[in-house]
Design a binder for this molecule. Structure first.
Ligand code: CAA
Ligand code: NAD
Length: 284
């Protein structure tokens, strides 16, 4: 079955980037949001990324034009009815994702595949909530999606070999570098990355150094493109908090437990770059 039309659920940090790369690769892409305000903001993020790319000489003007022509936004599930693949990139909460899949299944055809971009949730659990567990898998992208090549392709216990292959081939078709990852909390990258980021917060709380010095040390001492606090702000502290709780629930290991400061920053609304304030302050 050829994938022609892609639906993306969520036009936040990840959904906007995913929609950009699928539309940019020539797939008709419909991105769905909860309301017009968030949708407009998400689509503006795509346009800005492309405009910046043109200005930097990285994106040909024609690619910007065709990407935007292939992309449309909606707040109505009915507009996803032609989709051959749904990529879900909404809040990291299993119940919210399952409810969205029920809405999707009410409109799409029986052939339509569903892939979650979850960072840490059990894909087998998400698949089991649908009427098509063999057609559900994981496509885990990295932030910022247009610049990060990796996609983890996750096979749930119920995912058929055909679905897994179709998702893997799709990742290649949109110019990504896929790896197959197991359906275990955090897959490959977040299993290793999240404990490191949580440890950085614990070290800061323990007085190891300032946020700026710890970031500088890891950048210049290890050649990381971003220090841990810049990266935490970039991922989103709410998303990191949800992931930590899910991984702690899965493995019951202290290294996955969210540090008290992370919880308090989320409660205070200091969610990182997207909120204008996290470990650092940002001006829009
Ligand atoms: N369009 C096209 N290309 C662009 C662009 C745009 N709008 N903006 C920048 N670029 C290009 C630049 O021209 C540059 O290209 P060259 O390398 O060929 O020169 C490249 O992208 C890097 O851009 P910059 O030089 O402007 O910025 P940078 O060097 O600071 O890199 C970054 C930016 C790629 C984001 C880098 O800081 C980085 O890799 N950070 C770490 C990101 C990371 O770890 N992400 C994973 C988060 S975890 C996750 O996603 C999983 C999860 O579930 C939580
Ligand atoms: P975000 O907060 O930036 O965006 C989530 C968007 O989903 C919001 O705009 C929200 O309005 C929308 N949304 C919520 N419920 C919805 C629904 N029922 N239907 C449609 N839209 C809905 O979050 P994000 O960082 O883009 O994360 C989204 C998913 O991607 C999460 O599962 C997260 O774990 C995963 N992820 C995040 C990163 C990252 O670095 N932030 C990286 C990889 C994967």
């Amino acid at each position: 079955m050829a994938i022609k039309t892609v639906g993306v659920l969520g036009c936040g940090l990840m959904g906007s980037g995913i929609a950009q790369v699928t539309a940019g690769a020539g797939f008709r892409t419909v991105v769905l949001e909860v309301n017009e305000g968030v949708l407009t903001k998400g689509l503006a993020r795509v346009e800005k990324f492309l405009t910046d790319g043109v200005a930097k000489g990285k994106v040909p003007e024609v690619v910007k034009t065709t990407t935007l022509a292939n992309l449309s936004g909606t707040t109505k599930y009915a507009d996803l009815k032609e989709c051959d693949l749904i990529i879900e990139a909404i809040v990291e909460n299993a119940d919210v994702k399952k409810a969205a899949y029920a809405e999707v299944e009410a409109v799409v055809g029986p052939h339509c595949l569903i892939a979650s971009n979850t960072s840490s949730l059990c894909i087998t659990e998400l698949a089991a909530a649908t009427s098509r567990p063999d057609k559900v898998g994981g496509l885990h992208f990295f932030n910022p999606v247009p610049l990060m090549k990796l996609v983890e392709v996750i096979k749930a216990l119920s995912t058929s070999a055909d679905t897994h292959q179709a998702l893997y081939d799709f990742a290649v078709a949109i110019g990504r570098e896929p790896v197959t990852a197991p359906d275990r909390g955090g897959f490959i990258v977040n299993r290793l990355l999240i404990p490191y980021l949580l440890d950085a917060i614990r070290c800061y709380e323990g007085g190891l150094g300032t946020v700026e010095d710890i970031d500088k040390a890891m950048k210049l001492g290890c050649g990381h493109p971003m220090g841990p606090f810049t990266l935490l702000d970039f991922i989103g502290l709410d998303t990191t908090y949800f992931i930590a709780n899910i991984l702690f629930d899965e493995f019951r290991e202290a290294r996955f437990a969210p540090p008290p400061l992370l919880k308090r920053m989320v409660l205070a609304g200091h969610l990182g770059k997207k909120a204008g304030r996290g470990f650092y302050e940002y001006r829009s």
